[in-house]
Write a protein that binds this ligand. Structure first.
Ligand code: PHE
Length: 488
Protein backbone atom coordinates (compact mmCIF):
# COMPACT_ATOMS: atom_id res chain seq x y z
CA UNK A 1 0.00 0.00 0.00
CA UNK A 2 1.23 3.44 -0.83
CA UNK A 3 2.17 5.75 1.98
CA UNK A 4 1.52 9.46 2.05
CA UNK A 5 4.45 11.83 2.64
CA UNK A 6 3.16 12.43 6.17
CA UNK A 7 2.94 8.73 6.90
CA UNK A 8 6.46 8.20 5.56
CA UNK A 9 7.79 10.94 7.79
CA UNK A 10 6.05 9.57 10.88
CA UNK A 11 7.35 6.08 10.07
CA UNK A 12 10.83 7.48 9.60
CA UNK A 13 10.61 9.22 12.97
CA UNK A 14 9.51 6.02 14.70
CA UNK A 15 12.29 4.03 13.05
CA UNK A 16 14.94 6.53 14.13
CA UNK A 17 13.50 6.59 17.62
CA UNK A 18 14.83 3.60 19.51
CA UNK A 19 11.90 3.34 21.97
CA UNK A 20 9.49 0.57 21.20
CA UNK A 21 6.64 2.69 22.49
CA UNK A 22 6.38 6.39 21.79
CA UNK A 23 3.85 8.81 23.15
CA UNK A 24 2.06 10.40 20.26
CA UNK A 25 2.51 13.82 21.82
CA UNK A 26 6.30 13.28 21.84
CA UNK A 27 6.47 12.90 18.07
CA UNK A 28 7.88 16.13 16.70
CA UNK A 29 8.24 16.59 12.98
CA UNK A 30 8.98 19.86 11.20
CA UNK A 31 6.01 21.32 9.36
CA UNK A 32 3.59 18.75 10.74
CA UNK A 33 1.10 19.79 13.38
CA UNK A 34 -0.30 17.44 16.01
CA UNK A 35 -3.46 16.85 14.05
CA UNK A 36 -1.55 15.84 10.94
CA UNK A 37 0.71 13.58 12.96
CA UNK A 38 -2.27 12.01 14.67
CA UNK A 39 -4.04 11.39 11.40
CA UNK A 40 -0.90 9.84 9.87
CA UNK A 41 -0.61 7.56 12.90
CA UNK A 42 -4.22 6.45 12.41
CA UNK A 43 -3.63 5.71 8.75
CA UNK A 44 -0.42 3.82 9.52
CA UNK A 45 -2.41 1.77 11.99
CA UNK A 46 -5.13 0.88 9.48
CA UNK A 47 -2.38 -0.08 7.05
CA UNK A 48 -0.81 -2.32 9.68
CA UNK A 49 2.56 -0.59 10.16
CA UNK A 50 1.95 0.60 13.71
CA UNK A 51 -0.08 -0.40 16.70
CA UNK A 52 -1.49 2.13 19.13
CA UNK A 53 -2.64 1.84 22.70
CA UNK A 54 -4.05 4.17 25.28
CA UNK A 55 -2.10 5.35 28.24
CA UNK A 56 -4.07 6.90 31.04
CA UNK A 57 -2.20 9.08 33.44
CA UNK A 58 -3.14 11.36 36.28
CA UNK A 59 -1.69 14.68 37.20
CA UNK A 60 -2.87 16.94 39.94
CA UNK A 61 -3.35 20.65 40.25
CA UNK A 62 -4.43 22.95 43.03
CA UNK A 63 -8.17 23.45 43.39
CA UNK A 64 -9.76 26.72 44.48
CA UNK A 65 -9.36 25.93 48.19
CA UNK A 66 -5.88 24.61 47.57
CA UNK A 67 -4.75 27.94 46.16
CA UNK A 68 -6.13 29.68 49.24
CA UNK A 69 -4.52 27.23 51.67
CA UNK A 70 -1.19 27.60 49.91
CA UNK A 71 -1.21 31.21 51.15
CA UNK A 72 -3.10 30.90 54.47
CA UNK A 73 -2.05 27.41 55.49
CA UNK A 74 -4.28 24.33 55.65
CA UNK A 75 -7.01 24.70 58.31
CA UNK A 76 -5.71 21.63 60.18
CA UNK A 77 -2.21 23.11 60.16
CA UNK A 78 -3.38 26.41 61.59
CA UNK A 79 -5.41 24.58 64.22
CA UNK A 80 -2.64 22.25 65.39
CA UNK A 81 -0.18 25.14 65.57
CA UNK A 82 -2.57 27.11 67.80
CA UNK A 83 -3.12 24.03 69.98
CA UNK A 84 0.57 23.42 70.40
CA UNK A 85 1.33 27.10 71.05
CA UNK A 86 -1.42 27.50 73.64
CA UNK A 87 -1.63 23.96 75.03
CA UNK A 88 -5.34 23.99 74.33
CA UNK A 89 -7.87 26.18 72.57
CA UNK A 90 -11.64 26.48 72.88
CA UNK A 91 -13.69 25.82 69.75
CA UNK A 92 -15.08 29.33 70.05
CA UNK A 93 -11.63 30.87 69.92
CA UNK A 94 -10.57 28.54 67.13
CA UNK A 95 -13.59 29.48 65.08
CA UNK A 96 -12.86 33.16 65.64
CA UNK A 97 -9.22 32.74 64.63
CA UNK A 98 -9.50 30.56 61.55
CA UNK A 99 -13.18 30.93 60.58
CA UNK A 100 -16.15 28.61 61.20
CA UNK A 101 -15.94 26.73 57.89
CA UNK A 102 -12.22 26.19 58.23
CA UNK A 103 -12.76 24.96 61.78
CA UNK A 104 -15.12 22.26 60.54
CA UNK A 105 -12.50 21.10 58.07
CA UNK A 106 -9.76 21.22 60.70
CA UNK A 107 -11.87 19.12 63.11
CA UNK A 108 -12.58 16.52 60.45
CA UNK A 109 -8.90 16.27 59.51
CA UNK A 110 -7.59 16.23 63.08
CA UNK A 111 -10.06 13.47 63.92
CA UNK A 112 -8.14 11.27 61.50
CA UNK A 113 -5.15 11.63 63.83
CA UNK A 114 -7.34 10.75 66.79
CA UNK A 115 -7.57 14.34 67.96
CA UNK A 116 -11.12 15.25 69.00
CA UNK A 117 -12.53 18.13 71.03
CA UNK A 118 -13.64 17.46 74.54
CA UNK A 119 -15.73 19.81 76.67
CA UNK A 120 -15.74 22.38 73.91
CA UNK A 121 -12.01 22.67 73.45
CA UNK A 122 -9.07 21.04 71.73
CA UNK A 123 -5.91 20.12 73.61
CA UNK A 124 -2.51 19.38 72.15
CA UNK A 125 -1.99 15.62 72.26
CA UNK A 126 1.22 14.00 73.52
CA UNK A 127 2.24 13.15 69.95
CA UNK A 128 1.49 16.74 68.85
CA UNK A 129 4.91 17.28 67.30
CA UNK A 130 4.49 14.15 65.20
CA UNK A 131 1.10 15.19 63.90
CA UNK A 132 2.40 18.66 63.20
CA UNK A 133 5.23 17.37 61.05
CA UNK A 134 2.87 15.13 59.08
CA UNK A 135 0.57 18.04 58.43
CA UNK A 136 3.49 20.26 57.49
CA UNK A 137 4.46 17.70 54.90
CA UNK A 138 0.96 17.99 53.51
CA UNK A 139 1.27 21.72 53.40
CA UNK A 140 4.55 21.51 51.51
CA UNK A 141 2.86 19.22 49.00
CA UNK A 142 0.59 22.10 48.03
CA UNK A 143 3.65 24.16 47.12
CA UNK A 144 5.06 21.31 45.09
CA UNK A 145 1.80 20.82 43.27
CA UNK A 146 1.89 24.41 42.20
CA UNK A 147 5.29 23.86 40.61
CA UNK A 148 4.23 20.61 39.00
CA UNK A 149 4.67 17.57 41.19
CA UNK A 150 6.16 14.32 40.03
CA UNK A 151 6.00 12.32 43.27
CA UNK A 152 2.41 11.45 43.97
CA UNK A 153 2.95 9.35 47.06
CA UNK A 154 1.35 11.92 49.32
CA UNK A 155 -1.73 12.47 47.23
CA UNK A 156 -3.68 9.95 49.26
CA UNK A 157 -3.74 12.44 52.14
CA UNK A 158 -5.97 14.61 50.01
CA UNK A 159 -8.43 11.95 48.88
CA UNK A 160 -11.96 13.31 49.04
CA UNK A 161 -10.81 16.93 49.13
CA UNK A 162 -11.43 17.78 45.48
CA UNK A 163 -11.49 21.50 46.15
CA UNK A 164 -8.00 21.34 47.53
CA UNK A 165 -6.38 19.32 44.81
CA UNK A 166 -7.91 18.28 41.54
CA UNK A 167 -7.00 15.26 39.54
CA UNK A 168 -6.56 15.76 35.82
CA UNK A 169 -6.83 12.51 33.95
CA UNK A 170 -5.17 12.39 30.61
CA UNK A 171 -5.70 9.76 28.01
CA UNK A 172 -2.78 9.56 25.66
CA UNK A 173 -2.10 7.45 22.64
CA UNK A 174 1.17 5.59 22.37
CA UNK A 175 2.52 4.30 19.10
CA UNK A 176 4.62 1.24 18.43
CA UNK A 177 5.95 -0.19 15.18
CA UNK A 178 4.54 -3.57 14.23
CA UNK A 179 6.74 -6.26 12.71
CA UNK A 180 5.50 -5.13 9.36
CA UNK A 181 6.45 -1.56 10.21
CA UNK A 182 9.88 -2.65 11.47
CA UNK A 183 10.57 -4.63 8.30
CA UNK A 184 9.43 -1.96 5.89
CA UNK A 185 12.40 -0.37 4.17
CA UNK A 186 11.69 3.22 3.42
CA UNK A 187 13.21 3.54 -0.03
CA UNK A 188 15.29 6.52 -0.64
CA UNK A 189 13.31 8.60 -3.05
CA UNK A 190 9.97 7.37 -1.74
CA UNK A 191 10.12 10.41 0.45
CA UNK A 192 10.40 12.69 -2.52
CA UNK A 193 7.26 11.48 -4.28
CA UNK A 194 4.82 14.33 -4.67
CA UNK A 195 1.39 13.78 -3.19
CA UNK A 196 -0.08 17.14 -4.11
CA UNK A 197 0.58 20.15 -6.25
CA UNK A 198 0.33 23.50 -4.54
CA UNK A 199 0.07 26.98 -6.00
CA UNK A 200 3.65 27.67 -4.95
CA UNK A 201 4.85 24.54 -6.71
CA UNK A 202 3.07 25.60 -9.87
CA UNK A 203 4.49 29.13 -9.69
CA UNK A 204 8.02 28.00 -8.99
CA UNK A 205 7.71 24.97 -11.29
CA UNK A 206 9.36 22.92 -8.57
CA UNK A 207 7.20 19.96 -9.48
CA UNK A 208 9.02 19.57 -12.77
CA UNK A 209 11.16 16.47 -12.98
CA UNK A 210 9.65 15.00 -9.80
CA UNK A 211 7.73 11.76 -9.54
CA UNK A 212 4.14 11.67 -8.34
CA UNK A 213 2.69 9.29 -5.86
CA UNK A 214 0.27 6.83 -7.44
CA UNK A 215 -3.38 6.76 -6.54
CA UNK A 216 -4.04 3.78 -4.34
CA UNK A 217 -7.38 2.47 -5.38
CA UNK A 218 -7.25 -0.20 -2.68
CA UNK A 219 -6.59 2.23 0.13
CA UNK A 220 -8.51 1.32 3.22
CA UNK A 221 -11.21 3.83 4.02
CA UNK A 222 -12.70 4.01 7.44
CA UNK A 223 -16.40 3.33 7.69
CA UNK A 224 -18.44 6.48 8.09
CA UNK A 225 -22.09 6.74 8.99
CA UNK A 226 -24.15 9.38 7.31
CA UNK A 227 -27.14 11.01 8.96
CA UNK A 228 -30.57 9.46 8.65
CA UNK A 229 -33.90 10.50 10.05
CA UNK A 230 -34.76 9.01 13.42
CA UNK A 231 -37.05 5.92 13.28
CA UNK A 232 -39.86 7.83 14.97
CA UNK A 233 -39.52 10.75 12.57
CA UNK A 234 -39.54 8.35 9.67
CA UNK A 235 -42.76 6.78 10.98
CA UNK A 236 -44.32 10.24 11.35
CA UNK A 237 -43.34 11.04 7.77
CA UNK A 238 -44.89 7.81 6.59
CA UNK A 239 -48.16 8.55 8.42
CA UNK A 240 -48.26 12.08 7.01
CA UNK A 241 -47.86 10.67 3.52
CA UNK A 242 -50.71 8.23 4.06
CA UNK A 243 -53.08 10.99 5.21
CA UNK A 244 -52.00 13.39 2.48
CA UNK A 245 -52.49 10.60 -0.05
CA UNK A 246 -56.04 10.22 1.26
CA UNK A 247 -56.69 13.91 0.62
CA UNK A 248 -56.54 14.99 4.28
CA UNK A 249 -55.17 18.36 5.42
CA UNK A 250 -52.84 18.66 8.39
CA UNK A 251 -54.48 20.69 11.15
CA UNK A 252 -52.72 23.06 13.54
CA UNK A 253 -52.98 22.81 17.30
CA UNK A 254 -51.66 24.06 20.62
CA UNK A 255 -49.68 22.32 23.35
CA UNK A 256 -51.50 24.49 25.88
CA UNK A 257 -55.29 24.47 25.81
CA UNK A 258 -58.17 25.56 27.94
CA UNK A 259 -60.06 22.68 29.52
CA UNK A 260 -63.03 24.36 27.84
CA UNK A 261 -61.63 23.04 24.55
CA UNK A 262 -59.64 20.01 25.69
CA UNK A 263 -62.58 18.59 27.68
CA UNK A 264 -65.82 20.62 27.95
CA UNK A 265 -66.36 21.10 24.22
CA UNK A 266 -65.87 17.34 23.88
CA UNK A 267 -68.66 16.71 26.40
CA UNK A 268 -66.23 15.24 28.94
CA UNK A 269 -68.08 15.82 32.24
CA UNK A 270 -66.46 18.27 34.59
CA UNK A 271 -66.12 15.60 37.26
CA UNK A 272 -64.61 13.00 34.91
CA UNK A 273 -61.76 11.07 36.56
CA UNK A 274 -59.43 11.84 33.61
CA UNK A 275 -59.52 15.48 34.69
CA UNK A 276 -57.90 14.71 38.00
CA UNK A 277 -54.52 16.18 38.80
CA UNK A 278 -52.95 12.75 38.69
CA UNK A 279 -53.88 12.31 35.04
CA UNK A 280 -53.59 15.81 33.63
CA UNK A 281 -50.96 18.54 33.80
CA UNK A 282 -52.65 21.77 34.84
CA UNK A 283 -50.80 25.03 34.36
CA UNK A 284 -50.39 27.80 36.88
CA UNK A 285 -50.45 31.10 35.11
CA UNK A 286 -51.16 34.66 36.16
CA UNK A 287 -51.41 35.95 32.64
CA UNK A 288 -53.80 33.88 30.60
CA UNK A 289 -54.10 33.97 26.87
CA UNK A 290 -57.44 35.12 25.59
CA UNK A 291 -59.99 32.31 25.34
CA UNK A 292 -60.59 32.17 21.62
CA UNK A 293 -64.24 31.89 20.60
CA UNK A 294 -65.63 32.30 24.15
CA UNK A 295 -69.16 32.19 22.72
CA UNK A 296 -68.92 28.40 22.30
CA UNK A 297 -68.71 27.99 26.08
CA UNK A 298 -72.27 29.26 26.50
CA UNK A 299 -73.72 26.55 24.29
CA UNK A 300 -71.35 23.96 25.76
CA UNK A 301 -72.52 24.93 29.25
CA UNK A 302 -76.17 24.62 28.21
CA UNK A 303 -75.58 21.12 26.80
CA UNK A 304 -73.72 19.96 29.90
CA UNK A 305 -76.53 21.31 32.12
CA UNK A 306 -79.70 20.58 30.17
CA UNK A 307 -78.72 18.56 27.14
CA UNK A 308 -79.86 19.17 23.63
CA UNK A 309 -82.86 17.84 21.71
CA UNK A 310 -83.66 14.46 23.24
CA UNK A 311 -80.17 14.09 24.80
CA UNK A 312 -80.34 14.80 28.52
CA UNK A 313 -76.89 16.33 29.25
CA UNK A 314 -75.10 15.79 32.58
CA UNK A 315 -77.62 17.67 34.70
CA UNK A 316 -75.14 19.60 36.86
CA UNK A 317 -74.33 23.30 37.17
CA UNK A 318 -71.59 24.02 34.61
CA UNK A 319 -68.56 25.66 36.20
CA UNK A 320 -67.13 28.42 33.95
CA UNK A 321 -63.99 28.73 36.06
CA UNK A 322 -63.25 25.06 35.50
CA UNK A 323 -63.52 25.63 31.74
CA UNK A 324 -60.90 28.40 32.01
CA UNK A 325 -58.16 26.27 33.54
CA UNK A 326 -55.12 25.79 31.34
CA UNK A 327 -53.78 22.31 30.65
CA UNK A 328 -51.15 20.65 28.52
CA UNK A 329 -53.46 19.04 26.01
CA UNK A 330 -54.14 15.42 26.87
CA UNK A 331 -55.24 14.34 23.41
CA UNK A 332 -55.32 15.70 19.87
CA UNK A 333 -59.09 15.30 19.54
CA UNK A 334 -59.06 18.86 20.91
CA UNK A 335 -57.43 19.99 17.66
CA UNK A 336 -60.22 18.30 15.70
CA UNK A 337 -63.06 20.06 17.49
CA UNK A 338 -61.23 23.39 17.32
CA UNK A 339 -60.39 23.04 13.60
CA UNK A 340 -63.94 22.10 12.74
CA UNK A 341 -65.30 25.01 14.76
CA UNK A 342 -62.94 27.40 13.03
CA UNK A 343 -63.48 25.95 9.52
CA UNK A 344 -67.01 24.58 9.44
CA UNK A 345 -67.33 24.28 5.66
CA UNK A 346 -68.00 20.63 4.86
CA UNK A 347 -66.52 18.43 3.63
CA UNK A 348 -63.49 18.66 5.91
CA UNK A 349 -60.85 15.94 6.25
CA UNK A 350 -58.12 16.76 8.75
CA UNK A 351 -55.31 14.94 10.51
CA UNK A 352 -52.42 15.58 12.86
CA UNK A 353 -49.48 13.69 14.33
CA UNK A 354 -48.78 15.68 17.42
CA UNK A 355 -47.51 15.68 20.94
CA UNK A 356 -49.81 15.21 23.95
CA UNK A 357 -49.10 15.13 27.67
CA UNK A 358 -50.34 12.87 30.43
CA UNK A 359 -49.49 12.85 34.08
CA UNK A 360 -48.43 9.19 33.95
CA UNK A 361 -45.65 7.47 35.79
CA UNK A 362 -43.28 6.49 33.05
CA UNK A 363 -42.60 2.78 32.63
CA UNK A 364 -41.96 0.22 29.88
CA UNK A 365 -45.43 0.81 28.42
CA UNK A 366 -46.21 4.42 29.38
CA UNK A 367 -44.79 7.81 28.54
CA UNK A 368 -45.85 11.17 29.96
CA UNK A 369 -45.11 12.94 26.71
CA UNK A 370 -46.17 11.11 23.58
CA UNK A 371 -47.59 11.57 20.11
CA UNK A 372 -51.11 10.92 18.95
CA UNK A 373 -52.18 10.32 15.43
CA UNK A 374 -55.59 11.82 14.77
CA UNK A 375 -57.83 11.75 11.73
CA UNK A 376 -61.34 13.17 11.27
CA UNK A 377 -63.86 13.73 8.53
CA UNK A 378 -66.81 16.12 8.64
CA UNK A 379 -69.13 15.41 5.73
CA UNK A 380 -72.80 15.15 4.88
CA UNK A 381 -72.78 11.43 4.18
CA UNK A 382 -70.15 10.35 6.67
CA UNK A 383 -71.25 7.30 8.62
CA UNK A 384 -69.88 4.26 10.44
CA UNK A 385 -69.08 2.47 7.18
CA UNK A 386 -67.14 5.49 5.95
CA UNK A 387 -65.19 5.45 9.19
CA UNK A 388 -64.42 1.74 8.94
CA UNK A 389 -63.47 2.09 5.28
CA UNK A 390 -61.11 5.00 5.97
CA UNK A 391 -59.50 3.16 8.84
CA UNK A 392 -59.12 -0.01 6.79
CA UNK A 393 -57.30 1.96 4.13
CA UNK A 394 -55.20 3.89 6.65
CA UNK A 395 -54.16 0.79 8.59
CA UNK A 396 -53.57 -1.17 5.40
CA UNK A 397 -51.07 1.47 4.35
CA UNK A 398 -49.34 1.00 7.69
CA UNK A 399 -49.16 -2.74 7.06
CA UNK A 400 -52.18 -3.99 9.05
CA UNK A 401 -54.88 -5.89 7.20
CA UNK A 402 -56.45 -8.18 9.76
CA UNK A 403 -58.60 -5.73 11.78
CA UNK A 404 -61.31 -6.17 14.39
CA UNK A 405 -63.64 -3.34 15.44
CA UNK A 406 -64.66 -3.69 19.06
CA UNK A 407 -67.39 -1.61 20.76
CA UNK A 408 -65.83 0.87 23.13
CA UNK A 409 -66.54 4.10 24.99
CA UNK A 410 -65.30 7.69 24.66
CA UNK A 411 -67.29 10.55 26.18
CA UNK A 412 -67.35 12.40 22.86
CA UNK A 413 -68.28 9.61 20.43
CA UNK A 414 -71.27 7.35 20.01
CA UNK A 415 -70.90 4.71 18.76
CA UNK A 416 -67.24 4.23 19.68
CA UNK A 417 -64.95 1.47 18.43
CA UNK A 418 -61.49 0.28 19.29
CA UNK A 419 -59.41 -1.21 16.53
CA UNK A 420 -57.44 -4.38 17.18
CA UNK A 421 -55.12 -5.81 14.55
CA UNK A 422 -53.70 -9.29 14.31
CA UNK A 423 -50.19 -9.16 12.96
CA UNK A 424 -47.85 -12.15 12.73
CA UNK A 425 -50.13 -14.01 15.12
CA UNK A 426 -49.94 -11.21 17.69
CA UNK A 427 -52.81 -8.94 18.66
CA UNK A 428 -52.17 -5.25 18.94
CA UNK A 429 -54.59 -2.54 20.08
CA UNK A 430 -54.20 0.19 17.52
CA UNK A 431 -56.52 2.93 18.76
CA UNK A 432 -59.95 4.42 19.27
CA UNK A 433 -62.56 5.81 16.94
CA UNK A 434 -66.17 6.84 16.68
CA UNK A 435 -68.79 9.32 15.54
CA UNK A 436 -68.95 12.58 17.46
CA UNK A 437 -71.99 12.86 19.68
CA UNK A 438 -74.66 15.49 18.95
CA UNK A 439 -73.72 16.91 22.37
CA UNK A 440 -70.36 17.77 20.76
CA UNK A 441 -71.39 18.74 17.24
CA UNK A 442 -74.52 20.82 18.00
CA UNK A 443 -72.89 23.36 20.38
CA UNK A 444 -70.03 23.66 17.87
CA UNK A 445 -72.55 24.52 15.15
CA UNK A 446 -71.75 21.43 13.07
CA UNK A 447 -74.65 20.16 10.97
CA UNK A 448 -73.25 16.87 9.71
CA UNK A 449 -71.62 13.81 11.25
CA UNK A 450 -67.97 13.90 12.31
CA UNK A 451 -66.16 10.59 12.16
CA UNK A 452 -62.79 10.38 13.88
CA UNK A 453 -60.04 8.03 14.94
CA UNK A 454 -56.84 8.25 16.91
CA UNK A 455 -53.91 6.15 17.99
CA UNK A 456 -50.70 6.40 20.00
CA UNK A 457 -47.62 6.76 17.85
CA UNK A 458 -45.01 5.40 20.28
CA UNK A 459 -47.02 2.25 21.02
CA UNK A 460 -47.23 1.67 17.29
CA UNK A 461 -43.48 2.28 16.91
CA UNK A 462 -42.78 -0.09 19.78
CA UNK A 463 -44.68 -2.78 17.95
CA UNK A 464 -43.31 -2.08 14.48
CA UNK A 465 -39.71 -1.87 15.69
CA UNK A 466 -40.07 -4.77 18.08
CA UNK A 467 -39.05 -2.89 21.21
CA UNK A 468 -39.56 -4.35 24.67
CA UNK A 469 -39.60 -0.94 26.34
CA UNK A 470 -41.39 2.12 24.98
CA UNK A 471 -38.70 4.41 26.41
CA UNK A 472 -36.13 2.87 24.07
CA UNK A 473 -37.61 4.92 21.23
CA UNK A 474 -36.18 7.99 22.91
CA UNK A 475 -33.00 6.44 24.28
CA UNK A 476 -31.61 6.61 20.77
CA UNK A 477 -29.05 3.92 21.38
CA UNK A 478 -26.57 4.40 18.55
CA UNK A 479 -26.25 0.68 17.82
CA UNK A 480 -30.01 0.36 17.55
CA UNK A 481 -30.25 3.40 15.29
CA UNK A 482 -27.58 1.99 12.96
CA UNK A 483 -29.20 -1.39 12.90
CA UNK A 484 -32.48 0.30 12.09
CA UNK A 485 -30.91 2.30 9.26
CA UNK A 486 -29.48 -0.85 7.78
CA UNK A 487 -33.00 -2.22 7.50
CA UNK A 488 -34.44 0.85 5.78
N1 PHE B 1 -58.84 10.61 21.76
C1 PHE B 1 -58.86 9.17 21.94
C2 PHE B 1 -57.66 8.77 22.81
O1 PHE B 1 -57.07 9.63 23.38
C3 PHE B 1 -58.84 8.44 20.63
C4 PHE B 1 -60.07 8.78 19.82
C5 PHE B 1 -59.97 9.70 18.78
C6 PHE B 1 -61.25 8.21 20.08
C7 PHE B 1 -61.07 10.01 18.03
C8 PHE B 1 -62.39 8.50 19.34
C9 PHE B 1 -62.28 9.41 18.31
O2 PHE B 1 -57.34 7.61 22.96
Amino acid sequence: MDLSPGEIRVLGYLKRNQDRKTRESDIKIDDMNTREISSSVSWLETKGYVKTSRLTASTWKLGSEGTKYLEDGLPELRAIKLMIDQGSISLKDLSAKIGPDEMKIALAQLAKFGIRPSAGSLSAPPNGADVLSKIEERQSLLGKLKDGLSDFSLISDFRGRENVIQEIKSNERTVELTDMGLKLQLEQGQKDLLGEVTTEMLLSRSWQGKDFRKYDLNAHVEKTYTAYVHPLTSLIQKIRKIFLGMGFTEMPGHYIEYTGWNMDALFIPQDHPAREMQDTFYLKSDTKPEFEHPEILKSVARVHEKGVKSYPGWGYKFNMDEAHRLVLRTHTTVSTIRSLYENPEPPVAVFSVERVFRHESVDWKHLAELHQVEGAVYAKDANLSTLKGLMRHFYHELGFDDLDFIPSYYPYTEPSMDVVATFNGKEIELGGSGIFRPEVTIPAGLKYPVIAWGLGLERLAMFLYDLKDIRDIYNSDIEWLRHFQAKM
